[in-house]
Design a protein. Structure first.
Length: 266
């Protein structure tokens, strides 16, 4: 059985943990005078972490998560830290997807674990994103830079070990931070992730030209992929269609296509 650590309620949280209209503001695994670090916090008190690495969120994933939360609630508490910039607010260190989905699901409160160490908060945010494996290398580079800058006496090797990545990956990813901001925006917008390409951009004297060329190439490829050539024959009163592309369209689209072909051959 996992041991649960308990602590006294902090003074600045007492007002938030007082009962209201017969219902408590916090959840607890104990009926003793001390409570766990889990609190039910008002959603309106929660804001994104100021040092959040993630820039893009998948809207479809958020919608699906909202459906799950509507049925089963928030199964994993959010990790939050008191904001230094906004009075009465807590920044979501870990769980912004859950927060967005909870808002979409119409929840008023969500379970949270409150921490007080900012440096620990930054590491937690990075580790969660690394575990999801879909954080863009440029988003990671920004986060790695923030981490190493906040700990002047910590080496890259030590920091890599703390967050669970190899020193080589940490060092290489950190270098992407030097790519010009306007180039980063284009790369993120078009979700270009290949590390070989990012290295090429980093070393280039004209990175904008390289990125624009890549975007143009990708656009042409999409147009070519969406184009299908149909060979239509009318033989012995039967209409024959030869095309591999016909298998990539829906049944409804096939009906419309057949109707158009019949009209043309009539």
């Amino acid at each position: 059985m996992v041991k649960v650590n308990y602590k006294e309620i902090p003074e600045n949280l007492k007002n938030m943990t007082k009962p209201s209209e017969g219902k408590g503001h916090r959840s607890s695994l104990s009926q003793s005078i001390t409570i766990t670090e889990h609190y039910e916090l008002d959603i309106e008190r929660l804001i994104p972490f100021s040092k959040q690495a993630r820039v893009n969120f998948n809207d479809e994933e958020i919608k699906n998560l909202a459906k799950s939360i509507s049925l089963h609630g928030v199964r994993q508490p959010l990790t939050v830290i008191q904001s230094n910039n906004f009075a009465g607010k807590y920044e979501v260190v870990s769980g912004e997807r859950r927060l967005r989905a909870s808002i979409l699901a119409g929840l008023k409160k969500v379970p949270c674990i409150i921490i007080s160490d900012l440096s620990l908060a930054e590491e937690i945010a990075i580790i969660e994103n690394i575990m999801r494996e879909d954080l863009h290398p440029l988003e990671l580079s920004k986060a790695f830079h923030a981490l190493i800058s906040s700990k002047e006496k910590t080496t890259q090797v030590e920091m890599a070990d703390r967050i669970g990545v190899s020193p080589k990956v940490f060092s290489e990813t950190l270098k992407y931070y030097d790519i010009p901001e306007e180039i980063k925006k284009l790369i993120l917008l078009h979700d270009i992730r290949e590390r070989d390409f990012l290295r090429k951009v980093l070393k280039s004297k004209n990175p904008l030209s390289i990125v624009n060329s890549r975007i143009s190439q990708a656009t042409r490829s999409k147009k070519e992929a969406s184009t299908s050539i149909l060979r239509v024959l009318k033989k012995e009163g039967k209409i024959l269609i030869q095309s591999k592309g016909i298998t990539n369209i829906s049944d409804e689209q096939k009906k419309v296509l057949m109707s158009d072909i019949i009209s043309l051959l009539s």
